[in-house]
Design a protein around this ligand. Structure first.
Ligand code: NDP
Ligand code: 8X3
Length: 251
């Protein structure tokens, strides 16, 4: 059976993707920093779907850990068919002059460099197999910049650019690259962004029905299961009440 590696599978889109692929019989490599969530998800997916699950606990910002942990998985697990580069986050909302330097570093190191570190290990395996599919999580924030979103939007614009570059690198090897750009989706994203302030996080989704993690996982699964000669390169998905990164029609 095919193998899917999902980064950031302990929550939100990544967890929903892991469940979606598992329900369809895929074996899974799931990653994240929260070991207890990885173990719980591993046990749940193995029991419910009788598939193999390999949990890997690492921080995508740690290039050495990414290299060592991924390169040391058993060879049969290196036959990765689909890599979902999902781990990522936003921290804070502010003008540049009020920006928090540590938040900037975390967003850039996670969303841009972490995605590159993981891809750099997995891409040669796909090239050698002359097949595979890399699915990168961008955002509507990659397509337009909204007020006080500067650095997060820039990291997602980088994911957009990196996805285009990856497609050029991998085209001769028949490896697909898809960038998925969701609009507002209710996950732990805003709670992380507002550093545990649940009221502020919930207020983001007031007055409209946002996307769910399931909506995004279903879309990723659709892209991943198209015929071999078909590749969705770039896909923007929003809820019905969102027109672009910053324009909503709220009730
Ligand atoms: P969640 O906060 O629910 O999930 C984020 C996941 O990323 C968690 O599993 C987390 O795992 C993992 N992660 C974060 N930092 C690191 C790190 N340094 N190393 C390893 N794993 C990490 O958010 P979403 O599911 O909403 O977000 C998933 C992706 O989708 C992100 O890239 C986000 O930018 C993007 N996105 C989100 C949208 C939204 O509105 N929700 C819309 C568009 C894009 P752990 O904490 O265990 O490490
Ligand atoms: C996450 C969605 O609107 O917070 O990328 O940028 S948003």
């Amino acid at each position: 059976m095919a193998i899917v590696l999902v980064t950031g599978a302990t929550s939100g889109f990544g967890e929903a993707c892991a469940k979606k692929f598992a329900a369809n019989g895929y074996d899974l490599i799931i990653t994240g920093r929260r070991q207890e969530r990885l173990t719980a998800l591993q046990q749940q997916l193995q029991q419910e779907h009788h598939i193999a699950v390999l949990p890997l606990c690492f921080d995508v910002r740690d290039a050495q850990a990414v290299n060592e942990i991924l390169n040391n998985i058993p060879d049969n697990w290196k036959a990765i068919d689909i890599l979902v580069n999902n781990a990522g986050l936003a921290l804070g909302m502010s003008s540049i002059e009020d920006g928090d330097l540590s938040d900037w570093d975390t967003m850039i190191d996670t969303n841009v460099k972490g995605l590159l570190y993981v891809s750099r290990v997995v891409m040669p395996w796909m090239k050698q197999a002359r097949k595979g599919h890399i699915i990168n999580l961008g955002s509507t924030a990659a397509k337009q910049v909204y007020a006080k979103g500067h650095v997060y939007c820039a990291t997602k614009a980088a994911v957009d650019a990196i996805s285009q570059g990856m497609r050029i690198d991998l085209l001769p090897y028949r490896v697909k690259v898809t960038a998925i750009h969701p609009g507002a989706a209710e996950t732990e994203f805003s709670e992380v962004r507002f550093k545990g302030d649940k009221d502020k996080a919930e207020s983001i989704y007031k007055g409209f029905t946002p996307l769910s993690a399931q909506d995004v996982a279903d879309t990723i699964y659709y892209c991943a299961t198209l015929p071999p000669h078909v590749c969705i390169n770039d896909l923007v998905i929003t809820c019905l009440q969102q027109a672009n990164a910053y324009y909503f029609d709220k009730e």
